[in-house]
Design a protein. Structure first.
Length: 302
């Protein structure tokens, strides 16, 4: 009997010790959580015991803390991007706005009908430029939101590419440009978005038109399981272009800085390509700057 009482006493004492440690650990976890709630810290929840699901609880809390830190970091990153976007764009917009103000004053003071028509044409061009900048800002902001989705469907790339590039016919003619085309007649389809793909081509063509010389070349062909698109142009000062940064927002090499550009065009193109499961790259070969796009090819389209 005495032995039984001793054993029961030891069990009770052990139970009390375990319960005390368990309660102490729970209080310690609560204390750590209160500290993390009040302070911006990278500290994780620590524990001294693992029994009674304490270990599992601690792991779940640490996973939750890690996820919250990741979300906070992403949120701060997006906030920084948006802030930099507005700051840089406001700088780019200031120039055409100042120019507009000057031309409106000249228009008011001018008595010549011919001069008035010339000033009105310039004003219309400046307004169109501002509209384009704001449209790029709107598109860039949308694409930085991961919840924004574009609808994907089978797209006949040949047709969209031809329609898009040939819409620049008058621009090329006025600039004395005779682009070289190598567009396959083989029907090539991707799972994409027609408007997004058109925007990609427009942004790239606009870039090479504004910043290159007069030797544009556009290639579309099939390569095994991929569709290959290459748009290139000769540039005067290739050493001033950092191809590793051309897709970064607001990147403008000295030779490619334009008063009508926000520096968002190629960044928008890259994001659209990514959302259509493609890949986009830039490169330099001597004095030829080129952009290459790869899309997975869709087969058996009727």
């Amino acid at each position: 009997m005495i032995i039984l009482v001793c054993v029961l006493s030891l069990i009770i004492i052990a139970f009390i010790v375990v319960l005390w440690k368990y309660q102490r650990q729970v209080k310690d976890i609560c204390r750590q959580l209160e500290f993390l709630k009040a302070h911006d810290s990278n500290m994780m929840i620590s524990r001294e015991i693992d029994f009674g699901s304490i270990g599992h609880l601690t792991e779940l809390l640490n996973d939750l803390l890690t996820e919250r830190k990741r979300e906070k970091k992403n949120y701060q990153k997006k906030e920084k991007i948006i802030s930099e976007t507005y700051t840089n764009l406001s700088h780019d917009i200031r120039t055409p706005l100042t120019s507009l103000d000057g031309y409106f004053q000249l228009l008011e003071q001018c008595d010549s009908l011919q001069e008035q028509e010339r000033y009105m044409k310039i004003i219309q061009e400046r307004v169109g430029s501002l509209k384009g900048m704001l449209e790029e800002l709107f598109t860039f902001t949308k694409l930085k939101n991961e919840s924004y989705e574009i609808l994907l469907e089978p797209c006949l790339i040949n047709r969209i590419l031809k329609d898009t590039v040939f819409s620049y016919y008058e621009d090329w003619e006025n600039m004395g440009i005779q682009p070289e085309f190598e567009i396959t007649e083989e029907p090539l389809y991707i799972e994409g978005n027609p408007q997004a793909f058109k925007r990609v081509i427009q942004n790239i063509v606009k870039n090479v038109l504004e910043h290159g010389e007069k030797k544009i070349k556009i290639v579309l062909k099939s390569e095994e399981d991929d569709i290959y698109i290459r748009i290139s142009n000769h540039v005067k000062n290739p050493e001033e272009i950092d191809v590793s940064k051309v897709f970064e927002r607001f990147y403008k090499a000295d030779t490619v800085r334009s008063k009508n550009s926000t520096g968002l065009g190629l960044s928008i193109a890259k994001e659209f390509v990514r959302r259509m499961n493609g890949n986009i790259e830039a490169g330099l070969e001597e004095n030829e700057f080129y952009i290459v796009i790869y899309f997975p090819k869709m087969e058996n389209i009727r």
